[in-house]
Design a protein around this ligand. Structure first.
Ligand code: ADP
Ligand code: TYD
Length: 214
């Protein structure tokens, strides 16, 4: 039996504070999945759709908006990310792709939950959660100080939520949300303070268990 007949397509989300190494690990996991016979579709939030672009403009300080407005925009961006008829996640899954997203609703729980009621944010995203829960939420765990150091060395300017006090609160909210939803969600936490290769091996070990190719 070859790999492609053994593998089932998955929906995997990457989560973590800014600078946690998500992009790096998405690339490494994509390589491993492709070698194992998966067709992989990579995507991200905020998206590059018209709704996501409004969010990006707010984060880059080009336009101003209240945290509650941002929370609502993320709800809409996520629904379009799932339901868009051309390149939505649900369509891609139906086409047989394994879909990897850099951030999904746990990012809203952590980032928007820092500025407003976590329960409200969870409820506001319930349409998305009811449509599609990830087969695996991968959380790359780093200290906020590490995140700031990495951001400062790689970027000339910082976005709205990228400061140490906020990253500390966001990390705490991630853990609060994981605890609250542990019976509904499949969550894998990995120590992101190690080399990219070690983290990737850890992630691949976990994904292999559900990818039907271990
Ligand atoms: P994110 O997508 O979560 O913001 P990136 O993958 O872009 O994170 O990583 C942020 C920065 O940290 C990049 O400069 C990247 O090269 C570096 N980096 C990523 N993973 C590690 C790691 N495990 N150890 C040290 N540096 C890392
Ligand atoms: P991202 O482009 O993933 O940034 P990074 O590569 O630095 O992690 O995300 C941009 C910002 O969007 C990030 O600061 C987190 C924030 N965000 C939210 O506040 N809520 C959300 O629901 C999502 C998906 C992202």
């Amino acid at each position: 039996m070859n790999y492609s007949t053994m593998s089932k397509n998955l929906f995997i989300s990457f989560e973590g504070i800014d600078g946690s190494g998500k992009s790096t690990q998405v690339k490494l996991l994509t390589e491993n999945l492709k070698k194992a016979g998966h067709k992989v579709y990579f995507t991200f939030e905020p998206t590059d759709s018209p709704i996501g672009s409004v969010i990006t403009n707010i984060f880059k300080h080009r336009i101003e908006a209240d945290h509650r407005t941002i929370a609502g925009l993320f709800v809409a961006d996520r629904l379009d990310h799932l339901l868009n008829k051309t390149n939505g996640i649900i369509k891609k899954l139906e086409e047989g792709f394994t879909v990897i997203t850099d951030r999904y609703y746990f990012s809203s729980y952590a980032y928007q939950g820092t500025h407003m009621s976590l329960d409200w944010v969870i409820e506001a995203n319930s349409l998305s959660a009811d449509l599609l829960r990830p087969d695996l939420n991968i959380f790359i765990d780093i200290e906020p100080e590490t995140g700031m150091k990495r951001l400062n060395s790689g970027r000339s300017s910082l976005e709205l939520y990228e400061n140490i006090e906020n990253l500390r609160k966001v990390k705490e909210k991630y853990f609060e949300a994981f605890e609250k939803l542990k019976l509904k969600e499949t969550i894998f936490k990995t120590n992101g303070e190690r080399s990219p290769e070690l983290i990737a091996a850890d992630i691949w070990n976990e994904v292999s268990k559900i990818a039907g190719n271990s």
